[in-house]
Design a binder for this molecule. Structure first.
Ligand SMILES: [Cu+2]
Length: 150
């Protein structure tokens, strides 16, 4: 009898380990499909701020269609030297290649994908996140968000 109990228990443990490995692999595969711009380690002292790409659309009185792509939220706030992961989810628009003014940070946000942008500023100020496809009203913008660091 003790032998049988032991066998059942080890089978159960084997099953548990199996389930854990399978769910970890599924999680890992799902995560790596998201193609972050910069690889980053999850750190407990890194705050996450979420953003999406959106679109405003309207018709003028003459019947012309006008539209503007937007980062939403359009303004985010962070402390000087604070570590933030800006997680941008592409909803409207196929692609948004961006840079952050005054830095070397650049990347592309694609529809249906999440782009993770690690941020840390040693200087206070307002930094503009600019989409280069929709930079002003002539190109269905301005698609500019403001990162306020103080
Ligand atoms: Cu854009």
């Amino acid at each position: 009898m003790p032998f049988l109990v032991l066998k059942k228990r080890s089978l159960f443990i084997f099953f548990l380990v199996g389930i854990t490995i399978i769910s970890a692999s599924v999680w890992f595969i799902f995560r790596s499909a998201n193609v972050p711009v910069f690889k980053t380690q999850a750190e407990s002292n890194t705050r996450e701020i979420h953003m999406v790409t959106g679109e405003f659309k309207a018709k003028t009185e003459k019947g012309n269609e006008i539209e503007a792509y937007r980062w939403d939220p359009g303004t985010i706030f962070m402390e000087k030297d604070e570590k933030v992961n800006l997680v941008i989810y592409g909803v409207n628009g196929i692609e948004h290649p961006f840079t952050i003014e005054g830095t070397t940070i650049k990347g592309t946000v694609k529809k249906g994908e999440e782009t993770i942008v690690p941020l840390q500023f040693s200087k206070e100020g307002t930094y503009r996140l600019i989409c280069h496809t929709h930079a002003d009203k002539t190109t269905n913008g301005p698609m500019i968000a403001y990162i306020v660091v103080d």
